[in-house]
Design a binder for this molecule. Structure first.
Ligand SMILES: Cc1ncc(COP(=O)(O)O)c(C=O)c1O
Length: 377
C-alpha cells in the first residue's frame, strides 16, 4: 500500500490509493474491453453475474444500471403497483421510498432497532395490512438486519422480502451472505460502496428462476428478443467497462472488508469507556462497515463534528432526516413519529472509513476521539 496522507487531513473516503493499487490490472482489463468493441451486456457482465452469484451463494445475479434501479426492478418483478403497500424503514437512503412511490405503491415506515439501526422485527407484524405485499429490508452501514424473524413473519403473511444490500456486499447473517436470504437481493456499485464501480452500477440476485427471468426482461425494455417487448421495462443495463472494473475488484472484497473491520476495531477500542457510542455487531452478524457510525449523546453531535473538522477529520451525517420528513414523502408520514428513527437522525455521526486507510490515520482519528470525549463531555 502507498504511504498515507498527512496526519490531520483525513477524508471520509478516498479512492485514489485504490486506483493506484489496481492501476495495472484495470488498464489491462480496459484495453481488452476497448479492443473487443462490445460495451453493453457482454462477456464481462456475464462473468461478473456468475462470479457474484457464486460468491453470494445464489442461483442468479443480474447486472443493472444502479442500486436504485435494482430496487425498482425487484419491486416490478414481484408485481408491486398502485394500491399496494411496501413496508420499509425511514432511516436509510431516500431511494428506498422513491422506488415504491414511483410504482404507485405506498411506503409504510417501521421503526429501527437502536443498536443496529435496522428494521425492528418486533414491530413488523403490527404494520401488516391486507394491502401489504412486500418488505424492503435494508442492511444499513454494512450490518445485516435480523433476517430470521423477518423471513418468518413474511412467510406467515405471504409477503415477499427484498434485501437492500447496497451497503453490505459480503456481510453475513448467521454465516449466510446477505442478499441470499430474502426472495430478492439488490446491490449498488456506486463508487463509495464497499464493492464499487467507477460509475453507476447495480445488481439483483435471487434463487427463484421465474423472478430472475422477469428481472432480465425488465432491465432491457421488457424485450424477450430484439425489438419485441412483452411488457414495458427499462433501459437499465450494466456496461462492460463497469463490469470489468468490478471483476478486478471482486477478488479483493474479502481482504478489503477485513481491513474495514480492523479500522473499526481501532476506533471501537478508543471509544470504550467514553460517552460516545460505537456501532454494535450482533453475535450472529458479520459487519462490513460500509460506514462506521457512532452515536453522540447529549445534543453534541454537531459540536463534535466541527471539533473533528478543525483537527482535519471529515465526518458525515447519514442520515439527517427520516425519509417521511422530506417534502417528497411527507404524504407517507406515520401519524405517530418513529422514536428510534428520529433519535438516530439527531445523534449519528459517520467517521472516516475506507479500506486503504493506514493504521497511522486510523490511530490519529482514534486519538482525536479520545481527546474530544475528554474535552467536550
Ligand atoms: C441503502 C441504499 N439503497 C439504495 C441505494 C441506491 O443505489 P444507487 O446510488 O446505486 O442508485 C443506496 C446508495 O446510495 C443505498 O445506500
Amino acid at each position: 500500500m502507498s504511504s498515507g496522507s498527512a496526519k490531520g487531513s483525513i477524508p471520509l473516503l478516498e479512492l485514489k490509493r485504490e486506483v493506484e493499487f489496481l492501476k495495472d490490472e484495470l488498464m489491462e482489463r480496459m484495453e481488452e474491453i476497448l479492443r473487443s468493441g462490445v460495451f453493453i451486456l457482454g462477456p464481462h457482465v456475464r462473468a461478473l453475474e456468475e462470479e457474484v452469484a457464486r460468491y453470494l451463494g445464489v442461483k442468479h445475479a443480474v447486472g443493472v444500471n444502479s442500486g436504485t434501479d435494482a430496487l425498482k426492478i425487484a419491486l416490478r418483478a414481484i408485481g408491486i403497483g398502485p394500491g399496494d403497500e411496501v413496508i420499509t424503514v425511514a432511516f436509510t437512503f431516500l431511494a428506498n421510498a422513491e422506488v415504491i412511490v414511483e410504482l404507485g405503491a405506498k411506503p409504510v415506515f417501521v421503526d429501527i432497532e437502536p443498536d443496529t439501526f435496522n428494521l425492528n422485527p418486533d414491530l413488523l407484524e403490527s404494520y401488516i395490512s391486507p394491502r401489504t405485499k412486500a418488505i424492503i429490508v435494508v442492511h444499513l452501514f454494512g450490518h445485516p438486519a435480523d433476517m430470521g424473524p423477518i423471513m418468518e413473519i413474511a412467510e406467515r403473511h405471504g409477503l415477499k422480502v427484498i434485501e437492500d444490500c447496497a451497503q453490505a456486499f459480503g456481510a453475513e447473517y448467521k454465516s449466510r451472505k446477505v442478499g441470499s436470504i430474502g426472495h430478492l437481493g439488490t446491490f449498488s456499485f456506486y463508487p463509495t460502496k464497499n464493492l464499487s464501480a467507477y460509475g453507476d452500477g447495480g445488481m439483483v440476485v435471487t434463487n427463484d428462476d421465474e423472478l430472475a427471468r422477469k428481472v432480465r426482461l425488465l432491465r432491457n425494455h421488457g424485450a424477450e428478443r430484439k425489438y419485441y417487448s412483452i411488457e414495458p421495462g427499462y433501459n437499465s443495463r450494466l456496461d462492460e467497462i463497469q463490469a470489468g472494473i468490478l471483476l478486478v475488484k471482486l477478488k479483493y472484497i474479502d481482504a478489503w472488508n477485513d481491513r474495514r473491520r480492523e479500522i473499526a476495531s481501532i476506533y471501537s477500542k478508543a471509544l470504550a469507556n467514553t460517552p460516545l457510542i460505537p456501532p454494535q455487531e450482533k453475535e450472529w452478524a458479520k459487519h462490513v462497515y460500509h460506514q462506521y457510525t457512532i452515536r453522540v449523546p447529549g445534543g453534541k453531535r454537531d459540536q463534535l463534528r466541527t471539533w473533528l473538522f478543525d483537527k482535519g477529520i471529515t465526518t458525515a451525517i447519514y442520515y439527517p432526516y427520516p425519509i417521511y420528513d422530506m417534502p417528497a414523502y411527507q404524504a407517507y408520514k406515520p401519524t405517530k413519529g418513529l422514536e428510534q428513527t428520529e433519535k438516530a437522525c439527531e445523534e449519528v455521526l459517520s467517521l472516516p472509513m475506507w479500506h486503504f486507510m493506514i493504521d497511522e490515520e486510523a490511530e490519529y482519528v482514534a486519538d482525536k476521539l479520545r481527546e474530544a470525549a475528554r474535552e467536550l463531555f
